[in-house]
Design a protein around this ligand. Structure first.
Ligand code: HSE
Length: 440
């Protein structure tokens, strides 16, 4: 840590998709992070292969160094983030950083799956820390969950859909009747698949992640070449169609199970899973991991398994942990006031769409009165449904079901109350919110 109070200095190796995201996100949320951690996270040097490349965002060229060895040699740097990928140079970098007394953050699943035992031996010898949340399932905090939240559990099993590219391809085959080749091409055209998608479709990317999950869950670093792995190349459209008829969906599923005799089952294969299981609803590029603990029971972790910002979110979480340890900060409190937010929103000012059910007199002009009152409150109608008269229903009354555009709750309630006063309305209206569950 620098002499300057509570500034932790970071060397970033690699400024590609994830590195660029981390660099920008640390600037974007600097105030929030400082408020929460009481520490400034300062990227002081970045090792890049090509300093002249246009990154698409501003970056001070003075931060650039040509060689990751310059980061390791810099005594001012506390933490090195390894985002160069591969397993050769990245391994040299990680081991050198640990041996020079620096903490390491990495998102490199292949490196950990193939060399985890050796790396963690050096971690133990040096007393330094390595953090790797971004190595498994991008933005889903599964590593921390296994290390911390489920610390009191024997892990009975974990079932993971942990390769977004494969899940996208299988989803498109299932839902759009695309052939495997057409779905792969679409994934590549949309930029979901890597330029060389071999490691995705042959299952190795998921297998690497499964090895890391299994090693964490069962406490011994497993050799990655002993795991069974099959890719999705053999899945044909006809398999999707038959699976669906039988009540199943086909997913590239990683299965991780500890057996009573101490053996560990780890395999990644295209597998049929029941359509009514929640994992069958994980579509497109999303990932999910269902973890069963002996105490907690069934849990599910779902989210973006790849992409710049989700992966960066995990790297920053690791950075925060490494920085807190370096700064000698007390463990994070269960509540940290940071003063950026605070004023509650009045319920009247919250907005959503609405469902409005009315029982009205069945006569001309009723709908016009209702629409008029809604318009008076600046509320538009999305749809109107008037179910056919049911058997035994009074022909003088009509059920009207309206869906309404996004509006202030205060306006929706006022409109509902005004409508309730109309002489044509025969019962208390029912107003419910429609939540589209969009993230914003
Ligand atoms: N290529 C991976 C995927 C993301 O498609 O899920 C990085 O592991």
């Amino acid at each position: 840590m620098s002499e300057q109070a509570k500034t932790v200095r970071i060397g970033l190796a690699g400024l590609g998709t994830v590195g660029g995201g981390v660099f920008q996100n640390l600037i974007q949320n600097k105030e929030l992070l400082h408020g929460r951690l009481g520490i400034t996270l300062d990227v002081t040097a970045i090792a890049v292969r090509n300093p002249d490349r246009d990154r698409g965002f501003p970056v001070d060229r003075q931060l650039f160094v040509n060689d990751w060895k310059d980061l390791v040699a810099d005594p001012e740097i506390d933490i090195i983030i390894e985002l160069i990928g591969g397993t050769t140079e990245a391994k040299d970098l990680v081991l050198a950083a640990l041996r020079s007394g620096k903490s390491v953050v990495t998102g490199n699943k292949a490196l950990l799956a193939e060399h985890g035992a050796e790396i963690f031996k050096v971690v133990e010898e040096t007393g330094q820390a390595i953090h790797y949340e971004a190595a498994v399932a991008g933005g889903i905090p599964i590593i921390k969950t296994l290390l911390e939240s489920l610390v009191g559990n024997h892990i009975v099993s974990a079932y993971g859909i942990i390769n977004g590219t494969c899940n996208y391809i299988l989803t498109r085959m299932a839902t759009a009747d695309l052939s495997y080749g057409e779905a792969l091409k679409e994934a590549m055209d949309k930029g979901y698949a890597e330029a060389d998608p071999t490691l995705d479709i042959n299952g190795m990317d998921a297998a690497h992640k499964a090895v890391i999950i299994a090693s964490l869950a069962y406490g011994s670093w497993l050799p990655s070449d002993s795991m069974h792995v099959e890719g999705i190349e053999a899945v044909e459209l006809i398999d999707m169609q038959f699976a669906s008829k039988l009540g199943y969906s086909i997913k590239l599923l990683s299965v991780i199970k500890g057996h009573d005799d101490g053996s560990i089952e780890v395999r990644t294969q295209p597998s049929l899973i029941p359509l009514d299981h929640i994992l069958a609803s994980v579509h497109g590029v999303f990932n999910a991991i269902a973890v069963h603990g002996d105490i907690v029971g069934e849990t599910l972790f779902y989210g973006s398994g790849a992409g710049q910002n989700p992966t960066s979110s995990s790297v920053i979480s690791d950075l925060a942990d490494a920085a807190m340890a370096i700064a000698g900060s007390k463990p994070r409190s269960s509540f940290v006031p940071h003063g950026i937010y605070g004023k509650p929103v009045a319920i009247e000012d919250t907005t959503s769409r609405y469902y409005l059910r009315l029982e009205a007199e069945a006569r001309p002009g009723v709908l016009a009165q209702i629409a008029g009152l809604l318009a008076d409150h600046q509320i538009g109608i999305i749809s109107v449904l008037q179910p056919d008269e049911g058997q035994g229903q009074d022909p003088q009354t009509a059920q009207l079901i309206l869906t309404l555009h996004e509006a202030r709750y205060g306006d929706a309630v006022a409109a509902r109350d005004a409508i309730a006063q109309l002489s044509c309305i025969l019962d208390k209206p029912a107003l419910f919110r429609i939540e589209t569950l969009d993230p914003q």
